[in-house]
Design a protein around this ligand. Sequence first.
Ligand code: FE2
Length: 303
Amino acid sequence: MPWQKIDDYGSDGWSAGDFLWRARHYCSELEKGQVLFFQLPPFALPQDDIDFLVSLKPADSRLHKNISYRPEQDLLRGFSDSASEPRVHDIMRRYAAAVRNFVSLFLVPYAGKFQMDYASFRPLEEEGRDLPLHKRNDLLHVDAFPSRPTRGGRILRIFTNVNPSTDRAWVVGERFQELASRFAEPAGLKRFAEASGALRGWKRGLGTLGLPVADNAPYDKFMLHFHDWLKENNSFQNAKNGKERLDFPPMSTWLVFTDCVPHAALSGQFAMEQTFIIPVEALVAPEVSPIRVLEKMAGKALS
Ligand SMILES: [Fe+2]
């Protein structure tokens, strides 16, 4: 099976007693690159809320590519219809809170340690979108955020297909260890590790002089570059081996570390998603995290 179906946790919580062991097991599976699949959302997601979001017209210029919500600041972005704004804001606020509660209970080892990143509602059909190459969702990639460096923290995403009738189709590729062993060197990992070592010494020098300096970790720089490099690589994109298609039915929910599972969204319209950053210290299997895999290859710290 391309995903692991979860039957011992639902919207009422755990149905099994030994949940600490189970939660740790599921964290470990996720960190190694497994996709965890729920037939239905394992948290409250009222049908009225979904119906309202789906009824918004994406062709309307007031509705952008995504509606995004920043839980830590209670900030809604990408939506400017003032009549509907309070309701959309309320829906996204309650959605983010429900998913936060779910992650704290289902992935207990991360509780109290994760950082809430953005939530989003994605109203556009993925198939046939006309986007610049580096922004295309239908090309396999691992995630990295230009505006939010993680310094090795991992990107966990929870998706729900809220389309009433149509699957959301993904393709996933080989997991990070294998991906990195094939492509990190050709993508220039050593160059990033060495250049940033020299740069960090130089920045430390400026810092001791009291001058402000930006300090993006070499890990974040490499991952941003790797995201683009993979999308540009035709032989990787066109290869048939090591790829699996995943068709997520309406109302199914799936969890995945998108920094280690190369993924592409081929088709589907209407999805909700909440992102978390899991710090390295909270990981159950830090040795398989992208930063540790890359550091081992580079022979250098990258954070
Ligand atoms: Fe992605």
